[in-house]
Design a protein around this ligand. Structure first.
Ligand SMILES: [Zn+2]
Length: 232
């Protein structure tokens, strides 16, 4: 097996077809909140309980959702080429894991874990409310969501630095670089695939291959492109 590295970087568009909503959607739960209120350090300081309740609701919501065909094909790809594929996601859901993907790096944290503010311990809680837990390491009650908010450092961004050094191919799915500079990745790596339903020329121009269809429709072609690259 060769040592070529392919980085797959996914965002909200990957999970959209599983019914997992984001702030860009304008229905249901999301209309009751603003990003500033529930996704920023300032909002958390102003109304801690509101933020914790928000993440409790999101955690409960993903229990009802299922991985879609794109999650499943990406999991197969990662499991077929475990030495080559690095799976990065901006998503905080566990759809890739539930599709069978073993090593998923969550750039913005995970809904299914909680974090102790006292000792830093991160522990798995699945879909339970954070109200049920104290820290298993230090027994502190100061428990919070394990999701990075605006105004906080994202420790997993260290993996982006590795991408810049290692990647020979990058596949970007369901994001157009508002949070992480995926256009820069495409410029740097050269062999780059973008799958997104929205067209954004400023961002997309740097990609060598573009698939403007839903992730589930692009999944087979993405699989083949990566397979071809790794087998060549
Ligand atoms: Zn603790």
């Amino acid at each position: 097996m060769n040592s070529k590295k392919v980085y797959i970087v996914s965002g909200a568009g990957l999970s959209a077809e599983s019914g997992i909503r984001t702030f860009r959607d304008t229905d249901g739960l999301w209309e009751e909140y603003s990003i500033e209120e529930v996704c920023s350090v300032g909002g958390f300081m102003r109304d801690r309980q509101k933020v914790l309740d928000f993440y409790d609701a999101r955690r409960a919501d993903i229990e009802q959702k299922e991985p879609n065909y794109a999650h499943k094909r990406l999991a197969e790809l990662a499991n077929t080429y475990p030495e080559n594929i690095v799976m990065l996601t901006q998503n905080v859901d566990d759809m890739l894991e539930r599709a069978g993907c073993k090593n998923v790096i969550h750039l913005h944290g995970t809904l299914t874990d909680l974090r102790c503010e006292n000792c830093g311990k991160v522990f798995h809680v699945g879909y339970e409310s954070q109200k049920e837990f104290i820290c298993p390491a230090c027994e502190s009650f100061d428990i919070r969501h394990n999701v990075v908010m605006f105004g906080e450092a994202a420790p997993a961004y260290a993996h982006l630095q590795k991408l810049y050094n290692d990647a020979e191919m990058v596949v970007v799915i369901g994001t157009s670089g508002q949070v992480i500079d995926t256009a820069y990745m495409a410029q740097l790596v050269g062999n780059s695939v973008l799958n997104n339903i929205d067209i954004d020329e400023n961002h997309d121009q740097y990609f060598s291959k573009k698939l403007y269809v839903p992730a589930t429709e692009a999944a087979d072609e993405i699989y083949e492109l990566v397979e071809k690259f790794l087998e060549s």
